[in-house]
Design a protein around this ligand. Structure first.
Ligand SMILES: [Zn+2]
Length: 258
């Protein structure tokens, strides 16, 4: 049995351990910094066998080299076309390729937008989706390198997965994201309910991951480009049409300056 353990790093990053207690082994998705990950491994007497990298930003790969030094032979996995930007990479994947970690098959989904080499990892057998800075609880990553068209297509690809898929995102931005979402859709009851839950979680110091794709589809304005209210809000913020890309782009620009 493998379970997911979120490890808070820095102010609001998460690294995710995929822990196989019986084997005493674990994989990790993203290594913002090594120390909290090494501490969590030591505490549980776990050996790290694989590191899956969602994208090259320092607050996702900053701990790669220290982890590789601590665990010789560590598999450091990332997208083939972004290999030059991922420290310590040992194994590259193309879009749609699988890698086996702690006895589970993880599929690499290339989801450009936040960066051109951003990927998500889908563990279909468990219904887990590790979304890096592509899809957040109630939000999505900024467009640092890719176009709005690319990001919208990437998000649409994720949103098409099963509604009960658990979404493990790389930053604890959910409360702030939902406050913005409520400006886009002030009358969405699912959004109001989620915000109340998230507020209670944050007050209690509890993580808001994982969400589910069903929950994101119901409350995340960056997946709701087809909703009349979201289209109206996009038009009020510069969208000149109602295609998914135009609606998405206008909401994203609005949030960047909100
Ligand atoms: Zn990033």
């Amino acid at each position: 049995m493998v379970e997911v353990v979120p490890i808070p790093c820095f102010e609001d990053n998460y690294a995710y351990l995929l822990v196989d207690r019986a084997a005493g082994e674990t994989a990790v998705v993203d290594a913002p910094e090594a120390e909290p990950i090494l501490a969590a491994l030591a505490e549980r007497s776990l050996r790290l066998t694989a590191l899956l990298c969602t994208h090259h930003h320092w607050d996702h790969v900053g701990g790669n080299e220290a982890l590789a030094a601590a665990f010789p032979g560590l598999d450091v996995v990332g997208l083939e076309s972004d290999a030059a930007r991922i420290p310590g990479i040992t194994r590259t994947l193309d879009d749609g390729a699988d890698v086996e970690v702690v006895g589970l098959r993880a599929t690499c989904l290339h989801t450009p937008g936040h960066t051109v080499g951003a990927v998500c990892f889908h563990v279909a057998a468990k219904g887990w989706l590790f979304t890096g800075d592509t899809l957040f609880g109630g939000g999505c990553g900024r467009l640092f390198e890719g176009s709005a068209e690319q990001m919208q297509a990437s998000l649409a690809r994720l949103a098409a997965l099963s509604g009960d898929t658990k979404v493990w995102f790389a930053h604890e931005y959910t409360a702030a994201n939902l406050r913005f979402a409520a400006r886009v859709e002030p009358d969405n009851p699912a959004l109001r309910g989620r915000y109340e839950r998230v507020r209670r979680q944050r007050t209690a110091g509890v993580v808001t991951c994982p969400s589910t794709l069903a929950e994101e589809r119901a409350t995340n304005p960056f997946l709701r480009w087809h909703e009349p209210t979201v289209i109206d809000a996009a038009r009020a913020h510069g969208a000149t049409g109602d295609t998914p890309t135009e609606v998405f782009a206008a909401i994203r620009r609005w949030k960047d300056t909100a």
